[in-house]
Design a protein around this ligand. Sequence first.
Ligand code: NAD
Length: 472
Amino acid sequence: MQRIEHIYIDGEFVTPHGEEWFDLYNPSTEEVIGQVRLGDSHDAQRAIAAARAALPAWSRTTREERLAALRRMHQAIAAREDDLMEAIVKEYGAPAVRGRWMASFPAEVIAQAIETLESFEFEEQVGIARVVLTPVGVAGLITPWNSNAGFICNKLSAALAAGCTAVIKPSEMSALQTQIVIEALHKAGLPKGVFNIVNGRGDVVGEEIARHPDVAKISFTGSSAVGQHLVTTGAATMKRVTLELGGKSPTLVLDDADFASIMPLVLNAGFMNSGQACIAGTRILVPRGRLAEFEQVAKEAITQFKSGDPRDPETAIGPMVSAKQWERVQNYIRIGIDEGATVLAGGEGRPDGLQAGWFVKPTIFTNATNQMRIAREEIFGPVLTVIAYEDEADAIAIANDTRYGLNAMVLGQDVERCERVARQIDSGRVLINTLAHEPRAPFGGFKHSGLGREMGKWGMSAYLEPKTLLRA
Ligand code: NAD
């Protein structure tokens, strides 16, 4: 049983002023595997003061000095990949392939920030003016549990590259990962106060960051409800806000698609990260004339998606992160049944043979409409909804008839047509016949899926303010 009793402020591991101990669980066994001592608003204030004190010197560092620091961070985080992998499997339950990706992603995003910083244009001549991009100030970075180490490293490396200092409020449910990240970053030997990490509850430490006048910017990944709340709270101190929120992403299967060959893409898009992915393709739009054929292929293919022990290499879908999340997913399965949709595969309860662990049966609903709650609300579990459409225009209309707009996928044999359709979908990203990822490209959402973008030069720009200089 691991006890995590320190937070990280001003270059040191310190005992929090907060005295609450929070249980950490292994979602595969439902056992308590550790405890983390949570910071409180007093700790958040200390961390903000440290970041503020470090800001003048860090914001004036040269590109080379920042690059050197980021390279040390990269090296230190990369060296802990195996430890991160173990923590991710233990406290989050990610299956092996996904876990490995999540364990290597933190170092990869730092490498991306290095690449962006190497060529970033901080100054530009515009007519008679010199436009200088300057760091916005202290950044408050708030992360969720579904890829905690990756989000910390992504947000922090972009903020530091831009010349900001940071206070991080990681997910309180991911403290094992956070501890490894803190140890690695401490080893990287950055100047004191440049980054500070406070474990704590969202409505205590997160709230203090959102409220505090010395925090100039918030970058948040999490639910749309908390994101909206942060915009409202941040407005009082005119905070800049970047939000990466939820999704209800459409997978648009065109009528010329070869179902057997696209089905792995459809199901992997839907079940990625055990369904706990903001970009998961959870609404599958299928031509009505070929619905029966699609259902048959999907029913057969889903048998390959085993839900169970994340350490078993055959497992594709791990447990839900918490009892609360398991209940939420079960509740949505009941809602789908009550709304009159048909369960094509899966359904309520644990997969056969599993007595413990927050495991869910990979589930597909069919005979659903886009008005049902299972088509409109983010479930955040391995539950997909098939919706029939009449023609291409209807498919595009259904794809766009959602409050979200984070990700979408278009599948079909005629690539030109796929692209024409993709251009009409209101979404931050549209994938055509692929699940590829381009880390240099902007990532973020339309509508309720967020505000602003992360990754690449767009991500870094979100930590900078343009200043116009004119001289006689
Ligand atoms: P959440 O919004 O409940 O929590 C996210 C973080 O915000 C946590 O660290 C939490 O402690 C903190 N928080 C909670 N209340 C707060 C408050 N009042 N003030 C400040 N901080 C507060 O979300 P979650 O349950 O941790 O994660 C799941 C959600 O995150 C899903 O809706 C998912 O779609 C979304 N998500 C989005 C992306 C993306 O990139 N768009 C990525 C991952 C997750």
